[in-house]
Ligand binder design. Structure first.
Ligand SMILES: C[S@@+](CC[C@H](N)C(=O)[O-])C[C@H]1O[C@@H](n2cnc3c(N)ncnc32)[C@H](O)[C@@H]1O
Length: 189
């Protein structure tokens, strides 16, 4: 028998991170349960084999993606902050998905410069000033029909990013007005 995800174990770590991330003494920005469910649904629909996440945080969104993956699929997740990456790794281990997620400590732009792999899905959730800078690199790393999902896209500072994804000749994009916004862009054939 092949590898089976322990969905209950993943869900319990997700709940634990939600509680921790919103507690007064320890706040950490995560995509949260509502947009997290949307990310999970996008992943179920796309059935990606190779996923790139930019902005691991403490592993919450990687777990939302991981619980939708089919056997053989893998996530590479990149974060510039070593402490966050360590905590993410700990959470991924406790959820039992450490074999399908590779956590890399690097700046997202530098990682994209050096890694020339092609992905079926990219999730972007880093500092907002970098979204537009990294858009072309993300598109070039997506296979045709691959998807780019970006968090927080209703933030005022992402106005130019919104414009770019909505008018880009290689993308079909939609902005979903849930909480502070999530975008979905499909790379056209
Ligand atoms: C909002 S948190 C990510 C939350 C995570 N995606 C989730 O929903 O659970 C943003 C993370 O991106 C990292 N980050 C910000 N700018 C970055 C950059 N240019 N390159 C790599 N990581 C970056 C931060 O260290 C932080 O851990």
């Amino acid at each position: 028998m092949g590898w089976v995800l322990d969905v209950e174990r993943i869900n319990s770590v997700l709940k634990e991170i939600e509680r921790r991330a919103s507690s007064g003494r320890y706040f950490f920005p995560i995509i949260g349960p509502v947009k997290g469910e949307l990310l999970y649904a996008f992943t179920l629909l796309a059935q990606p084999l190779r996923v790139l996440e930019l902005g691991t945080g403490i592993g919450y969104s990687a777990l939302q993606i991981a619980r939708a993956l089919k056997p053989g699929a893998k996530i590479v997740t990149v974060d510039a902050d070593e402490e966050n990456a360590d905590e993410a790794l700990d959470n991924l281990r406790r959820a039992g998905v450490e074999d399908l997620v590779t956590v890399i400590v690097d700046e997202a732009g530098r990682y994209l410069q050096n890694d020339k792999s092609i992905y079926d899905m990219i999730f972007m959730d880093i500092e907002k000033s970098r979204y537009l800078d990294l858009l072309e690199d993300c598109i070039s790393r997506l296979r045709p029909n691959g998807i780019l999902v970006a968090d927080n896209v209703l933030w005022p500072e992402l106005r130019r990013f919104r414009q770019a994804i909505m008018t880009h000749p290689q993308l079909a994009s939609a902005i979903i007005h849930i909480e502070d916004g999530v975008s979905l862009s499909v790379k056209k054939l």
